[in-house]
Every structure is written in structure tokens, then in C-alpha cells.
Ligand binder design. Sequence first.
Ligand code: NAD
Ligand code: TYD
Length: 337
Amino acid sequence: MAHRRWLVTGGLGFIGSSFVRLVLAERADLAITVLDALTYAGNPANLAEVAADPRYRFVKGDIADAKAVDAAVGDGVDAVVNFAAESHVDRSILDPEAFIRTDVMGTHVLLEAVRRHGIARFLQVSTDEVYGDVEQGASVEDDPIRPRSPYAASKAGGDLQVLAYFATFGTPILITRGSNTYGPYQYPEKLVPLFVTNLLEGETVPVYGDGGQIRDWLYVDDHARGIAHVLEHGTPGEVYNLGGGNSRTNLEITHELLRLTGRTWDESVRHVTDRPGHDRRYALDSAKARTLGWTPRVDFAAGLADTVAWYRAREDWWRPIKSGEFRDYYRRQYALR
Ligand code: NAD
Ligand code: TYD
């Protein structure tokens, strides 16, 4: 049987690997090529369970490398889904340049290849952070974008190029803007996996500022399913918000993680200097994606409990990460706070 093939960039990361596992498990008609540069966040262990699937192919390459991208995009693919990014706000404050290279230049290189090869669909995986701080209400897709961190600004730069290729060249693009995502296989630098693994190790957890910041939490498989749904059912040229509908303060998340790991507040929580330019609140209105037929399925309390159970069971996955590159990063990021 001839399969349609999708090119998934950044497929060895957190959300991309969930997308690849789900597509291969649920769609017998599809094959996947992953193009990934294997940065600190790209981990072959994330796709170990599909590595032997004949419908899966891996190519090591950088999305900012025009030759590598041209070869991968020109290799008989029907659609390109771009997950590849530098994705952590704190790292963008320490080292913004890598974000411009991948999130801005890399997106440009992909768009050129998609245009040249006449690819039928290009989906850019973006974030609610491009809307900036949302004091009240919820962002809709037509709201102005007001990014405030180097990460959000580089993602916004990607989004604007993608929209410009639709307006100028008619390139059949789509954009999803997902909210804060949690679940298995997330590199332990972001709030949930950092706090869970620190708590399991008996370490403290660093809460930035007063911990009253609000995020809207989305389970990783719900995010991946939303991206697949928009890719197949969305209208080219359009943006779709994918929000979890679970607004929580960081303090609420911290309390819940302490409960799930059996740790106490006094022994575990350290309030540390706030993140510079820290966005107080993100909130997404996802009515447009719901009209298309997508809705998140995973209940937040159950999703968080499953996530903690996964990290508890998969020390083999996160312990090697925490003893490697991560250590230097952790020192740079937290030692002086
Ligand atoms: P991640 O950091 O876990 O993974 C990123 C992947 O991209 C890694 O496999 C890495 O090796 C690869 N990569 C990085 N630079 C590359 C390059 N130049 N060329 C090729 N591959 C490269 O990221 P994630 O959390 O899975 O996020 C995926 C996408 O979703 C990103 O575009 C991010 O902006 C977006 N997003 C993430 C969240 C979240 O909460 N994690 C929320 C909304 C949107
Ligand atoms: P993060 O997971 O980095 O996602 P984002 O900044 O993209 O929303 O952070 C989520 C929230 O948790 C954010 O308000 C910052 C806060 N936070 C802490 O308080 N301490 C930490 O060590 C980290 C990584 C995040």
C-alpha cells in the first residue's frame, strides 16, 4: 500500500514525538519522516517505540540548513508540520540568538522549500505566547500579537512570515497557537517536569516571584491531536487557537504536584527572583478550533496525575538528562536566584 507521507520537523521533541506516535498508531494510511537537529531537547528515546516501524524514517538535519531542508521537503511529502523550535523562555533570556536562527530563519527556509516543491499543506506550530500578556478575557486569532520575551518574539516572527507567504504567494499554510502543554517526555526544564522530577529527587522547587502567574494547561496528546485535526480540516491561511481550558496559577500547580509526590510546602518550595518581563497571564479562546471539530479530551486532574506517574516510572528517561547538559543550564539559570 502506498502511504501519504508527512514531514515532521522537531519530531524528537516533546509535542512532536507525541504527534508522531499518535499518527503512526492511529493512521495506517500515513508514513512519517522526522527531520530533527538533535539539539539538547531532541531525544531519540522519545520515539524508541516507533523506530522499527517501516512507515517511520528519521533524517538528522537543521531547519535553517537550506540544502538539508530542500532534500527532505522534496522527498515525496504531501504535508510539512513544523514543530522544530527553540522552545524555552528562560533559555531565550540567556541566549536569544539560537531562537532567531531556528524560529525565524528556520521557518523562512522551510517556507521557501514548501513553495518551491508545491507542498499541499504547511502547518506552523505556534504558541499563545505571541499574544503577550493578557490581563483580561481570552485571545482570539485576530488579536494583535504583542510578544514580550525573545522566545515569543521569535515565534511571532515565524508566524508573520507564514502569514505573509499565504498573502503573497498563496502558499497553503495553517498556524496553530497552543497553550502551555504538559505530559510525558517533556524535557525537565519547564514548570511541570522540572518540579515533578525535583520533587521526586527530594530537591526544592523554584517558584518565580509570587507564583500568581496564570497559564492555561493542555495535555500533550490533546495538543498533538489538535494539530493533526487542523492540518486535515483547517482552511489554508487561517490561525487556530488550541487552549486546554485549564487556567491555573503556578501556586495551584505547585500545590497539586506536592500532593501527588507526597512532599510538603515548607520542605520543598523556594520563592526565587522573578523572570524578567514575566507575562502574568495567558488565556486562549479556542471556539474556532472547536467549530472545526477539535476538543481537548483529557481532564486536567487526571492528566497531571498520569504525568506524575509517568515520571515516577520513567527515571530511566529523565535521570540521564538531568545529569548531562541540563546541569550547566540549571546552574546558570538558578544559582544566583
Ligand atoms: P522541544 O523543545 O521539546 O523540542 C524541539 C525539537 O525541535 C527538538 O527535538 C529539537 O531537537 C528540535 N530542533 C530544535 N532546533 C532545531 C533546528 N534548527 N532544526 C531541526 N530541529 C530542531 O519543544 P516542544 O515543547 O515539543 O515544542 C514544539 C513546538 O510547539 C515548538 O514550536 C513550540 O514553540 C510549540 N509550543 C510548545 C508549547 C509547550 O508548552 N511546550 C506550547 C505551545 C507551542
Ligand atoms: P514554563 O513552563 O517555562 O512555560 P512558559 O514560560 O512558556 O509559560 O513556565 C510556566 C510558568 O511557570 C511561568 O509562569 C514561569 C513559571 N516557572 C517558575 O515559577 N519556576 C520555574 O522554575 C519555571 C521553569 C517556570
